[in-house]
Structure formats: structure tokens, C-alpha cells
Design a protein around this ligand. Sequence first.
Ligand SMILES: Cc1ncc(COP(=O)(O)O)c(C=O)c1O
Length: 285
Amino acid sequence: MLFSGTFHGMTLGSPALTTDQLSRHGAGVPLNNVTFVPYDGTYYSIDYIKRILSDDHSGIEKPSAMILETVQAEGGINVASVGWLKEIRQICDENDILLIIDEIQVGNGRTGSFFSFERAGIVPDMVILSKSISGFGLPMSLLLMKRELDIFRPAEHNGTFRGNQLAFVGGTAAIQYYNETKLEQKVRLRSGQMETYLKDEILPLDKRLSVRGIGMIWGIDFSRIDPSLAMAAVHRAFQNKLIVEVAGRNDSVIKLMPPLTIHEDTLQKGLRILKDTVSDILKGE
Ligand SMILES: Cc1ncc(COP(=O)(O)O)c(C=O)c1O
């Protein structure tokens, strides 16, 4: 069972788990064996899931697993609440469903703790990690699982683009750096700085804008003005020497994801460029 707004990758199994049409069409084959249900932020998400699991006429088979991002990144920076995450864990426990958390984009300290689900005090059955896990962007991915779920025989699940020595060394160094430099504390500090700037400087530019995020992943939502302004702002920001990207439904959200190690001056400079850019775009300049 998966959640509307989700993104889980581009290899054949992954587009089936992903909701945006561009990624799904990339598969070129019918995608099935997945049920999508509403994510947090819709008042009926939990009730709906409970209903379809308990109704023997819902027509939906009980899933073997639920896969989710605690913050939907490509989905538009949708931050699941602690209460919702706890409820999902409980539903999985009560119905013998595995809970798999995709930490590929928001793990590795991005939200202020190493794993993004820590804030909810829950323990998933499996955890997926890649991207920052190698420390500096080398190909590397990990699947963590409870020991009793590991039914693979050694080397049964192998492939070319899996772990490699350089990435392992980088990953080890990154974890050491994370602990030694108390990166979590820095992320929380920078998070507060980003939130303050977005709310005090960018939100007042137009009352129809909204901002949301956690840790060092934030979004500026243009959907109540004109979704296309987000992409226009991304192009203009690039001309102004700032890289940001779009996310969310109709690409209506500017996604901010600075490096966790960013210096305060650089962060503030980037935010100032962003403010000027958004301001110009809103004025139609
Ligand atoms: C949440 C999430 N899951 C999965 C993926 C796919 O990761 P990979 O390219 O390592 O398969 C991405 C890539 O952006 C992602 O953001």
C-alpha cells in the first residue's frame, strides 16, 4: 500500500510505487500490484485505510507492506505529522503489514535526526537509504531490515551498481563526520534560520504563497497563485546563480535542499537571492 504524492525511483519496481505520471510513463509497461491511499494532510487518510483493511467488500487485498516517505520530497515537501506516523505504525502492527520507510531523500540527517522517522518514535521493519549515504554522491544504496525478515541467501540479490569500496569508505567517513561535528545540532540551527527567513521575508511577498518543511528541506508553494510561477522562479534563480528545483503536483512548489554542511553566510546569501527572485517573478518582471 502506497500514498498519493509519493516518489520511490525509476527502476522497474519503483515506478509502480511512484505517483507522478512522468515517472510512471517511463516504465513503458503496465504498473500494478500496488494500492495508493491518501497521505497525511487529508483528514480522512487514517479512516480510509482502516476502512479498506477491515471491509471484506472493499475489493482491496491486504497489502504485504506499506512504503512511505515521512516527508514527501518530490511530492511537494509534504511533512507527515508524528500522530499520523504513529497511527500508520499501529495499523501495520494490527494487520500484520510490514512498514517500509524510504529514507533516500530525507534520511542521513536531513530532517534533524539521522533517520527522519525518529521524531515519531517509531521503528520501521525495513529502511531504504541511498543518495547521501555514501557521503559525497557516489552510487551506493542500503536496505536495512529486521533480522527475522532477512531471508536472502548470501549474494542472492546482487547487481553491478551496488556497494563499492570508495562509497563504503565515503559512507564511513560521513557517519564519523556526522557524529564528530554534531551535524544534527547544526541542521536544527540552520532549519530554524531557513524557517524564519521563509516565513518573515518570503511569505509576506504574497499572501497566497505557503511555505512548509522540516530540518533542511523546505518548499514554497505557488499553487494558489499560478503553479507555473514555481518553474519560472527556478529558471530565474539559476540565472541569479542559485540552484533550486520544483516538486509537487503541477510542479507548483520550489524545493530548497541546501547541503547539510552549508555555511551560514552562504545560506543567507542563497535565501536573499531566492527572495529577490520570487519577488521579481510575482511582479511579472
Ligand atoms: C524518496 C526517493 N526514493 C527513491 C528514489 C530513487 O532513488 P535511486 O535513484 O537511488 O533508486 C528517490 C530519488 O530521487 C527518492 O527521492
